[in-house]
Every structure is written in structure tokens, then in C-alpha cells.
Design a binder for this molecule. Structure first.
Ligand code: UDP
Length: 472
């Protein structure tokens, strides 16, 4: 890692990067991590953020935050809590893109033309799509895209037109176990779709993401070359823009400014400290997935019956029809005592890095997948939607660092069985493979590693844009 006093840091002084994250934790967190990486390399960072899922700027004091206001005074807010609570994810993304298109244009123009530090470029989440490309070009600022998912799933998204032509999409229940010969090792059931009332919108969002990436000056990936080498070649040939796999972002430095802990996190660490090494099952299904009450109860009994200590994240509202834990049988929590812990949210990076954690029961969101790989923790994979299915297939069949527990088979006996298999000492060499993959991630981040080299290239690339005047 370079010395902050080097002349090159001087060169970046007064250079600013503007970021526009999508307002969901699985997208916002990696953008903030990336902001930390740029900041460490001497850039100043301004985050344009939506008022929907408003972040807490006090947790990220290194960056400047600017609110992008989306609703005109006196008009009803289409993104208020009450309007969005029942929306499906694709409808919500469509609404976000619509509502923020014009306000984003105004905010970016104000930032770029407002003076102060020279703006090097905009980094926008890939899902914002072509609108950010059009706006950046109009204002005269170069745009780099952050793709917060993996390269394998991006290839599957980019193949949507082909998959539709060949009849794989829309998915038919009778073909779920058929291989997709054009995208091995995926099966039809692994294709990254999101259930929505308007399937046309799903195809439009995906197409817009892919086309928007093609129009960019480069794509930054939160993954590493050794993990997805083949898919980078594929993405590269499809997108024809420079690409920068510099992940895992969160492992670049120990002191990234986002990695803060609250009181509850400290209590969780204290609880983990009292457990035996590799004895705890950590269960979390990310920031968006919701489950039925019946599934919730099967998970509860499965965890309890496995007789392993467990740390379970239950987000308020994530069990349909419940506020939080009220559907658990009376006395259930008291019964497992100190053996289990249920919390609403935790510092997942800290939990996965804790020596007591022996397995991660996950929905296979890309961040969770990469965070688990980075810590060498075996996974139990219960994908729910979108790229999670692709990620699970790679975890189980390609990297072989996890077992699958399909959502349709999430029944207490099955849960107990899978937990026991994953936690079994030296199962079938899974733990060794996890540690090998963790080592590969570490090597990528070492001085001569691929992620470090790509980061150097990214920094030079961004600096080569010069000032904000657009040069195609
Ligand atoms: N996360 C967290 N605490 C929790 C649950 C999740 O910090 O209790 C973080 C997790 O570390 C990851 C993100 O939320 O960075 C979830 O992203 P992911 O891509 O795994 O899933 P998504 O939420 O997008 O479905």
C-alpha cells in the first residue's frame, strides 16, 4: 500500500469523484466501501443520495453528502414509506429511476458546475442505467459504472435476449431442472429473474443496466479475477469497455470508515466471544428478501433442533404478516437460552470474521457471498431471487464451498440435516476449499495481486479523464 506522502497523492489533491449509489444496502454499502478506497488514494468524494432510504452521513464523515430531492413541494411522494411498502422490487426500481431522473440531472449539474475541486468522474450504480449516461454526457463529465453483483450473474443478465429467443425465459415450471447449455453450469431454475407483476419491466431494467454499462468509460466490479476469470473475458467481449475487478472492496483496508459498530453489535461480539471456535451458525437473508410465516417457523425449529449455537438476523417486517418475532411459539426464545441469539441487524463483516462462526446460512446476495468467501466461511445456500440463484450455483457446484438448501425444501428436518453436514468437521474437504478461496482473495489484494493492480489502473484511468470537460 502506498505511502500517503508520495507526490502522486499531491496530483490527486483537489480531484473529486461524484458517486450515485442505488439506495439499498446491497448497493449502497459497496459504493461506500469504494468511496473509502478512492478517499484513501487521495480523492475527495461526494455522494449524491436519494431521500428514499436516506443514509446517515455522520457514519461516513470522510465524504460530502448531497441529497437529491425528488418530489416537488406540495406533491404526493410516490416513494413514501406507505406507497412503497407493498411494492414489488422491480416496480420500486422503476419508480426510483423515474422519480430521480430529472433531480439527478440537476444535482449533478450543480455539483460539476458549482466550482470547488475538479470533478474527475461520476461513479453510478449500474442499475441506474442509460439515463445516467445521457445526463453525464450532457453535463460533460465522464461516467464509470459500479456493478455490485458478480460477473457470472452479469453474463446471465446480458444473455436475457438470447434466453428469451431460445424459450428459457419466461421460466416454465416443467423445465426447472434443465441445463441452460449456453450458460453452464446454470439450470433453468438458476436464471436471475425477479418475480414481478410486470415482467416487461424486469426485461427493461435488465436491458437498461447492460446497455448503460456499454455506454460507460469503464466498469468497476466488487469481485476478483481469480474467482471469475472466465466471466470477465465474456463480459469484456460483450461490453467492450475497460473493466476493473478490484474486490473484495471491504478487505482493502482494516480501517475503512464505514465499518462502524453500535452497542447491539458489541453485545453480539461478546456473545460470539463465549462460543467455541467454528461452532456458530450465522443465518441472514440480506436486506430485501421476505419470507412467509410458515418458513420462518421452520427456520426457527430447524436452527433450534440442530443443537448448534446460532445467530439469526430477523429484519423487522421481513416475515410477511408479522412485525418481528411475535409468531414464535410462547417460550421459544427462553427455551434456547444463551444457545441462540436473534437480532434485527448486525455488523455482518465483523460476524463473519469472528473465529466462532462455523457456517453462514445465506440467501446468497453477492455481498454476502463475497464476504463469506473472504473469511473462509462455508455456506448454506437458500437463494430467493435475482442473481442469488446464479451465485448459489457457483458456490455449490463450481467453488464447492457450500451446500444448497432450496427454499421449497426449507423444512425443519432438512434444515437440521444440512446444518449438521456443513458443520461436520472436515466434511468433504469443504473447509479446506473455503480457506483456499480465502487465500486467493488475500493474494489478489496483496501488492502484486490482480485487484491491487486493477486499482492502480483504475486510478490512472480516472486521472486521465482530466477535468470535467467531456472527451469521448
Ligand atoms: N448486512 C449487514 N448486517 C446484517 C445483514 C446484512 O451488514 O444484519 C449487510 C451485508 O454485510 C451485505 C449487505 O448487507 O453487505 C447485504 O447485501 P447482499 O448483496 O448480500 O444482499 P441484499 O441485501 O442485496 O439482498
Amino acid at each position: 500500500m502506498e505511502n500517503p506522502q508520495t507526490p502522486i497523492m499531491e496530483e490527486r489533491k483537489g480531484r473529486r469523484i461524484i458517486m450515485f449509489p442505488l439506495p439499498f444496502p446491497g448497493h449502497f454499502n459497496p459504493m461506500i466501501e469504494l468511496a473509502g478506497i478512492f478517499h484513501h488514494r487521495g480523492f475527495s468524494v461526494t455522494i449524491l443520495h436519494t431521500s428514499y432510504n436516506f443514509p446517515d452521513p455522520s457514519r461516513h464523515s470522510h465524504f460530502t453528502f448531497r441529497n437529491v430531492p425528488h418530489n416537488k413541494e406540495g406533491e404526493e411522494d410516490p416513494l413514501s414509506q406507505s406507497e412503497t411498502s407493498g411494492m414489488d422490487l422491480i416496480a420500486l426500481i422503476r419508480q426510483l429511476k423515474q422519480s430521480y431522473a430529472e433531480p439527478f440531472r440537476q444535482s449533478l449539474a450543480a455539483e460539476v458546475r458549482g466550482g470547488g475541486d475538479t470533478v474527475c468522474c461520476l461513479v453510478s450504480d449500474a442499475i441506474w442505467g442509460r439515463n445516467t449516461a445521457v445526463v453525464a454526457e450532457e453535463i460533460g463529465v465522464r461516467r464509470v459504472v459500479l456493478r455490485t453483483g458478480g460477473a457470472a450473474s452479469f453474463c446471465a443478465f446480458a444473455a436475457f435476449p438470447l434466453l428469451r429467443d431460445k424459450g428459457y425465459l419466461p421460466i416454465q415450471d416443467s423445465r426447472l431442472d434443465e441445463p441452460v447449455t449456453e450458460l453452464p453450469p446454470l439450470k433453468v431454475k438458476d436464471l436471475p429473474i425477479i418475480e414481478t407483476k410486470e415482467p416487461g419491466d424486469l426485461y427493461r431494467v435488465v436491458n437498461d443496466m447492460v446497455e448503460g454499462a456499454k455506454l460507460s468509460s469503464g466498469v468497476i466490479w466488487n469481485t476478483f479475477e481469480d474467482l471469475e476469470r472466465f466471466h470477465f473475458m465474456d463480459c469484456n467481449s460483450k461490453l467492450q469497455v475497460p473493466f476493473f475487478p478490484i474486490g473484495p472492496f471491504h478487505k482493502h483496508r482494516d480501517d475503512l470508515p464505514f465499518n462502524t459498530k453500535n452497542m447491539e453489535d458489541c453485545k453480539t461480539t461478546e456473545w460470539l466471544n463465549k462460543k467455541d471456535p467454528q461452532s456458530v451458525v450465522y443465518a441472514s437473508f440480506g436486506s430485501l428478501a421476505a419470507i412467509e410465516e410458515k418458513e420462518f417457523l421452520e427456520i426457527a425449529w430447524g436452527l433450534r433442533n440442530s443443537e448448534r449455537p446460532f445467530l439469526w438476523i430477523v429484519r423487522p417486517g421481513s416475515v410477511r404478516g408479522s412485525e418481528w418475532l411475535e409468531s414464535l411459539p410462547c417460550g421459544f426464545i427462553e427455551n434456547f437460552g444463551d444457545k441462540g441469539k436473534i437480532v434485527k441487524w448486525t455488523n455482518q463483516l465483523e460476524v463473519l470474521a469472528h473465529p466462532s462462526v462455523g457456517a453462514f446460512w445465506t440467501h446468497c446476495g453477492w455481498n454476502s457471498t463475497l464476504e463469506s468467501i473472504s473469511e473462509g466461511v462455508p455456506m448454506i445456500c437458500t437463494p430467493c431471487f435475482s442473481d442469488q440463484h446464479v451465485n448459489a450455483r457457483y458456490i455449490v457446484d463450481v467453488w464447492r464451498v457450500g451446500l444448497v438448501l432450496e427454499r421449497s425444501k426449507m423444512e425443519r428436518k432438512e434444515i437440521e440435516k444440512v446444518i449438521r453436514s456443513v458443520m461436520m468437521e472436515n466434511g468433504d474437504g469443504m473447509k479446506e476449499r473455503c480457506l483456499e478461496l480465502k487465500e486467493k482473495a488475500n493474494v489478489c489484494l496483496s501488492e502484486e495481486g490482480s485487484s491491487s493492480k486493477y486499482l492502480d489502473k483504475l486510478v490512472s484511468h480516472v486521472l486521465s479523464f482530466g477535468s470535467y470537460a467531456f472527451a469521448s
